[in-house]
Design a protein around this ligand. Structure first.
Ligand code: 10G
Ligand code: SF4
Length: 364
């Protein structure tokens, strides 16, 4: 189980009211050519930034007691959020909903300086669970704006991460949502231009956007290192390997999880005949199995492994019990917990989960 926090799994699956066909009825409806099996992507599920953010909320609850306020969903997963709510976390949209002086955690997607300021103005105690790889992009935005560059920020308008990065240098940043916008975006000084990106985009689509931009603005500079993070890239590589062999790809992840939705799109681009996203196993529709011999399974970076195991158990009921894991990378990245929390844990002598849940090499 990759980086799953055991305490983030205490809420049972919601019941989806639907009459299920029996596995026999499904098999009779559409005969399957070939042996039924599952190709399970690895890496999948929790990345180091999600692991760190979820544990930060859990540790805050443990050491400071409920309620702990969290600005926005700590990560984009309904199961994680409801599990933390059950333990006393209160999720709010903005800091002005948090009582003066209370404790608030900033989500893994990051916040703009304006949000940090508003928390200060309200004398809130804060724990910043922004993923260090998002903070890296924020620093790039500040640095390049200071050096009088204009930033083309490739990403989805309205996504928290993009709002946070944009907020570092709004006067010097233009958001580019998609290839169509890359074809029409206007800049004042094409000689001082750099692109940065959201960390959870499709690698292929981002490169397509960069090519369009570079054709129009040949002096466009690249970021110093990739902004699309290792976890996003690795999960896309794994599903690209599986998709050509799968008639159906099931992605476990929430509807607002950018990286999970990208996995579905990538699966279709790379040859899967169909792809569906589910939060929970009981959302799987029997009709998806018609004529399907090979099912690909993966999960987004905010998804606890227990939800994938539930999907595998249901697939086994329908005859897809043989599971082959397709491993395209090993991940050993682990981030230390937010600094505001580290001091408290040290004082309390809490070493139970001092540096991430993987028991692996700490970085950052
Ligand atoms: O894929 P997005 O950005 O929507 O987030 P998520 O919470 O589903 O997955 C983890 C990724 C982040 C925290 C963004 S850096
Ligand atoms: Fe960090 Fe990447 Fe995970 Fe986002 S998806 S939290 S950038 S590791």
């Amino acid at each position: 189980m990759v980086g799953m926090s055991a305490s983030a799994v205490s809420v049972p699956m919601p019941v989806v009211p639907r009459r299920r066909k029996s596995p026999e009825e499904v098999a009779a409806a559409a005969p399957v050519v070939g042996k039924k099996s599952v190709l399970l992507a690895a890496p999948r599920g929790y990345c180091a930034g999600v692991d760190r953010a979820v544990i930060a909320v859990e540790k805050a609850l443990e050491h400071y007691g409920a309620p702990v306020y969290v600005r926005k969903q700590i990560v984009h997963n309904v199961h994680v959020v409801s599990s933390l709510e059950a333990k006393g976390a209160i999720f709010v949209e903005e800091t002005d909903e948090v009582p003066e002086g209370a404790l608030v955690v900033f989500s893994a997607h990051g916040v703009s300086p304006a949000v940090v300021q508003s928390a200060e103005d309200r004398h809130l105690r804060t724990i910043d669970a922004t993923c260090p790889l998002v903070t890296k992009v924020h620093r790039e935005a500040v640095r390049f704006a200071k050096a009088k560059n204009h930033i083309l920020l490739i990403g989805h308008k309205g996504h928290e991460e993009v709002e946070g990065t944009y907020g570092e240098a709004p006067e010097s940043t233009t958001i580019v949502n998609n290839p169509a916008e890359a074809r029409t975006v206007q800049v004042e000084d094409p000689d001082h231009l750099i692109w940065l990106s959201q960390t959870t985009l499709s690698v292929d689509e981002t490169m397509e956007i960069v090519e369009i931009l570079r054709e129009r603005f040949p002096k466009l500079q690249n970021p110093p290192s990739d902004d699309i993070c290792y976890a996003t890239t690795n999960r896309q590589v794994a599903i690209k390997k599986i998709a050509p062999q799968a008639q159906l790809v099931i992605v476990v992840g929430s509807a607002n999880s950018s990286n999970s939705v990208r996995l579905m799109e990538v699966a279709l681009e790379y040859g899967a005949l169909a792809s569906h996203r589910v939060d929970f196993a009981n959302e799987i529709d029997e009709s998806w199995f018609e004529g399907v011999a090979t099912v690909g399974v993966t999960s987004g970076a905010s998804v606890p492994e227990i939800l994938v195991q539930d999907v595998l158990a249901l697939l086994a009921e329908y005859g897809y019990g043989e599971v082959e894991e397709v491993v395209t990378a090993q991940e050993d990245i682990l981030f230390s917990l937010p600094k505001e929390l580290r001091a408290t844990l040290k004082e309390a002598g809490d070493t139970s989960r001092g540096l991430g849940g993987h028991g692996q090499r700490p970085v950052g």
